[in-house]
Design a protein. Structure first.
Length: 369
């Protein structure tokens, strides 16, 4: 028995010694090869994000749309004789479009951007494994430019969303999408800013700005972190015609998943509204005057909730339910997150005097795309 124990101990010690020597001679064997996350070498240098891409790419789909549109039979720059013969006759011709989407459930629910499928007649989805299926629209939300589709397939690879991490400028991100019809194109960059608003792209804006290239056809695709988790839905880029380079935007995963859940539950987004538009107070130019805190009512709808609560244009909202009011974007998103019928107590200022009132929210009116 003692000989057996001694033999086993010697075997273990020899194995450990051999492993130590092998790693010392070839430190690259310590390279991370996990299912997700960046591949690193000794010293922490990043060599590849392939694992992160491989984790998410099967959940990203390419979207192809077809729409029948009425067009002149002969273009204005066409042959003069043909234009004289056919005059202003018009014909119906198919127009195709490109986009991307992210699979969010194994039973074929897909999240994309609303402008990709707005007004189209047919939607076809190409999967990572080469299969093609026709999709139907479950619901859209023009307020955030998001849409939910469904394909009649089962067992699909659903993406993992990260909605809780506080992302920072400088964090590495990758964009996956159907760029110019080149499906599952991957581009890399960093987060340039978070919480972008006032871009006039949508009514409710919570954008992640990135310099990862988002080209035509990328809209609706995934913006992922180095662990392969979706942190945003790619939406738009500033045009190079404007002189812009590396300025692209993705809808935050937090906002996107909230809209997704409500569309699946109600067929639309139930969104609170106070019946007024707000803006950040103007910067005070007079010396010695403090910059106003809160948000200012810039427009109010007569007989709406805010009007009935006694608020008027020019009033400044200082707090809501005991919490200080931040920016106009934060306040608008916060109200939209509340359910119609909720009551909020606000402290407002008018002509230097503060007062308290209660606003009962109603459903936000439908928004146009």
């Amino acid at each position: 028995m003692k000989r057996l124990v001694l033999f086993l101990l010697q075997t273990v010690l020899v194995g450990l010694a051999a492993a130590f020597v092998l790693v010392w001679v070839k430190p690259e064997l310590l390279t991370s090869t996990g299912a997700a996350g960046p591949t690193t070498v000794a010293g922490g240098a990043v060599r590849s994000y392939a694992d992160a891409v491989n984790r998410t790419a099967p959940s990203v789909v390419s979207i192809y749309t077809r729409t029948m549109v009425s067009e002149p039979m002969i273009r204005e720059d066409g042959d003069v004789l043909f234009r004289q013969l056919f005059g202003n006759r018009r014909v119906m011709r198919p127009r195709s479009g490109l986009g991307s989407g992210v699979i969010v459930s194994p039973n074929g629910v897909i999240l994309t951007t609303a402008h990709v499928i707005d007004g189209v007649d047919n939607i076809f989805v190409s999967l990572f494994d080469g299969r093609v299926a026709e999709a139907r629209i479950i619901g859209t939300d023009p307020g955030t430019d998001l849409a939910v589709l469904k394909v009649e397939l089962e067992g699909l690879p659903a993406a993992v969303f990260d909605t809780g991490t506080r992302h920072r400028p400088g964090d590495v991100v990758l964009a996956i999408g159907n760029a110019f019809g080149l499906n599952h194109t991957v581009t890399a960059g960093i987060i340039s800013a978070t919480g972008r608003g006032d871009l006039n792209l949508t009514a409710f804006e919570d954008f992640i700005q990135t310099d990862a290239a988002i080209n035509s056809g990328n809209s609706g695709g995934a913006l992922i972190n180095p662990d392969g988790e979706v942190i945003g839905i790619n939406s738009a880029s500033l045009s190079q015609d404007m002189g812009a380079q590396g300025i692209s935007f993705a809808i935050s995963a937090r906002l996107a998943t909230d809209v997704l859940e409500q569309i699946l539950l109600y067929g639309q987004v139930e969104r609170g509204w106070i019946g007024a538009n707000v803006s950040d107070p103007p910067i005070v130019a007079l010396e010695g005057e403090a910059q106003p805190e809160g948000v200012q009512i810039s427009q109010i709808y007569r007989d709406g909730p805010a009007w009935r609560a006694g608020l008027r244009p020019g009033d400044i909202l200082i707090s809501a339910d005991g919490e200080p009011v931040g920016t106009a974007r934060e306040f608008t998103l916060g109200i939209a997150d509340r359910a119609p019928g909720d009551a909020i107590e606000v402290v407002a200022m008018r002509s230097g005097q503060t007062f308290t009132t209660s606003i009962t929210l109603i459903q936000h009116p439908p928004l146009q795309g």
